[in-house]
Design a protein around this ligand. Structure first.
Ligand code: AMP
Ligand code: MG
Length: 422
């Protein structure tokens, strides 16, 4: 089919050789980024969510001593009853933090609590529920017990000297617990990226200002703030910048001087891009991309001064979609973190979804689970790139690849849940 014979209404959505795919764009962005290397020392609590700058090896073994996994009675596995019930003398007790210092020999046992050190001469614990207490100092134990049972060996979790966490790992609550269990109170983490952002547009007003006819409140700066806040980066909000050449040039220069990353929204759509282009070319090295995606086709990417630059579209939903698909992985890479490709799941679409081939669509959906654990997804209504409520109501993106020609109700679609990603 020749280009001429295409109907004009479809031409927009047919594959365009000048367009980048979402995957190509993400790859090119990541390849252009060198992770930050500066590191700082933080106390354990302050290091939650931060990226480790070095490997961490354990100064001690965990557990430090062989200890009981149960409340019960400790004895030697060689001294267990054979095919009969036997009596044992209780010669003492070992509590967590208060060990028994004597030696246990044949016919003897020691009362022991969970976490208490195994006394000399013992290697096996009988649960207290399986023991018949026959006097103050005696118990009867039947057969069916196994030598070595109910005991945690010294070094079973971690051996001294072993690497417990690797550089580039992002610290989780469990990691804080691990580090504390090793007696480590401070860690070296990578410096957080500094991110400056501003909105562009003569129609934009900040909160608290009156709206003249045709004005709108600047919402992008708030959703951007929210998305950045979740990423644990340093945030510099530079406000609204008017569509005038000198103000824009100055804003780019100021932002690049203080931030590792500069993000703008608006001003990259056709027409407006021509206006911003010369300023960006003066201050840095910029690529104007058309990406085969919806929403969010225009994206500007490159450098202003020595800072990374992302010029996001102006439409509020497009800002969020392009942030999640490109800026978030870029910031994670810049912070030195291991890549964490977001989890996607398959779900049954309860809606029919209209789509033309040619662009990768990120529709906003509500993912639900029934009592059997089956996942279903439906759209959040109007999907226009200016309809921010479609994002507010959503808990996932419905991922519709370039080739997809629409979805019938009951068909399976791939979904990217926000939980753990947003
Ligand atoms: P632009 O890319 O500047 O042409 O903007 C595209 C659309 O998004 C226009 O309708 C703008 O009014 C709107 N828009 C741009 N920036 C913002 C913002 N910060 N907050 C809300 N809407 C915006
Ligand atoms: Mg604008």
């Amino acid at each position: 089919m020749s280009r001429i014979s295409r109907s004009p209404s479809c031409a927009d959505d047919l594959p365009d050789p000048e367009m980048l795919s979402v995957e190509q764009a993400r790859k090119q962005i990541l390849q252009s980024i060198e992770p930050l290397h500066a590191a700082e020392k933080l106390s354990l609590r302050n290091a939650l969510g931060r990226v480790l700058a070095t490997d961490i090896s354990s100064p001690i073994s965990v557990p430090g001593h062989t200890n009981s996994a149960m409340d019960g009675y400790a004895l030697s596995g060689e001294d267990l009853p054979q095919d009969s019930v036997r009596s044992y003398q209780i010669i003492g007790q070992s509590f967590a933090g208060k060990p028994f210092n004597g030696q246990c020999t044949a016919g003897q046992c020691v009362r022991i609590m969970t976490g208490a050190v195994m006394p000399a001469g013992t290697d096996t614990v009988i649960m207290q529920e399986q023991v018949e207490v026959t006097g103050k100092d005696s118990v009867r134990i039947g057969d069916g017990q196994r030598a070595g049972q109910n005991v945690r060996q010294a070094g079973e979790d971690i051996t001294a000297g072993a690497t417990v966490l690797q550089a580039a790992h992002t610290l989780t609550p469990a990691d804080l617990g691990i580090l504390a269990s090793l007696g480590i109170g401070e860690v070296m983490v990578r410096r957080r990226p500094r991110v400056a952002f501003f909105s562009t547009g003569d129609e934009l007003r900040s909160l608290g200002e009156p709206l003249a006819e045709g004005d709108i409140y600047d919402s992008n700066r708030y959703s951007l703030y929210g998305m950045l806040k979740r990423l644990d980066v340093e945030i510099i909000d530079m406000g609204v910048v008017r569509d005038d050449e000198d103000s824009l040039r100055q804003a780019f220069i100021d932002a690049a001087a203080i931030a590792d990353v500069v993000i703008t929204s608006g001003g990259v759509s056709v027409g407006e891009a021509d206006y911003i282009k010369p300023i960006l070319e003066e201050t840095g090295e910029i690529h104007f991309w058309k990406i085969a995606m919806k929403p969010g086709r225009p994206l500007t990417h490159g450098r202003v001064g020595n800072s990374l630059f992302f010029g996001l579209p102006g439409n509020p939903v497009a800002v969020m979609v392009t942030f999640y698909q490109f800026v978030q992985p870029a910031l994670q890479h810049l912070s030195g973190a291991q890549p964490r490709p977001p989890l996607t799941v398959m779900a049954t679409s309860t809606d029919a979804i209209r789509k033309r081939p040619g662009r990768y669509e990120f529709q906003r959906g509500i993912l639900e689970q029934d009592e059997q654990g089956q996942l279903t997804v439906r759209k959040t209504g109007q999907q226009g790139s200016g309809v921010l409520m479609s994002m507010s109501r959503a808990n996932c993106f419905i991922l519709l690849p370039e080739k997809c020609e629409g979805v019938a109700a009951g068909e399976t679609v791939r979904v990217q849940p926000f939980a753990g990603f947003v």
